[in-house]
Ligand binder design. Sequence first.
Ligand code: CDP
Length: 235
Amino acid sequence: MSKPLIIAIDGPAASGKSTLARRLARALDYLYFDTGVLYRAVTWAALQRGLSPADEAAMTRLAETLDMDVRPPSQDDGRSNDVWVDGQDVTWAVRSPEVDAWVSVVAAHPGVRRALVDVQRRIGQAGRVVMVGRDIGTVILPDADLKIYLDASAEERARRRYLEAKARGQDADYDEILAALRERDRLDASRAVAPLRPAADAVVLQTDDLDADQVFAKVMALIQARNSAPLRRLP
Ligand code: CDP
């Protein structure tokens, strides 16, 4: 098998998907695309407009019509991309606790998912991409060359989010983070359409006892093993 052109990374919140994907994309000179920002952008816009995230018809209409864009990063403040909605840079706004609390409700609506499939497939099928989400290996890009499912216990994932928030100087409560994360996992894994689960042909990595370097090394080893030609590393 030659070098994988489409790499799908799925898994629950804070399992290390974006860290891994960013590093893989840099090493391979591929595009990194985090599909969660699409669901987050719709959720942010709904809250701004005072719409109910539970209203499927309203959320579907919003997902179909929203003026949103994901662009290369304009600032060096830790962002991987800019996220723009309605002409505003909402890159950090879509990561707020309010959006965290509602995004899985919005993402469970079949109409919302349908509205966002085409844009994800177009980006993915162009190749040379590391695409991250919950249903990339199962629904969006079932023919991906390499599928990784990252997992870790809820306690370990909450610990990671807690430490990230502290490192940013934010107030954080471990128990609140753990409860919110469990609720989001429950909604993501139990929805009728495109629930969170590993694809049958995904490589599942349990990361409780692995740091980011070890996860990256394991996946690079998988890529090398499937690749006849050596990988080119960017300087
Ligand atoms: O970064 P984190 O793992 O916390 O979340 P995210 O990847 O930004 O995704 C936020 C939410 O969007 C998830 O909890 C899912 O409800 C939804 N999502 C989805 O349903 N399908 C995707 N492909 C990506 C995200």
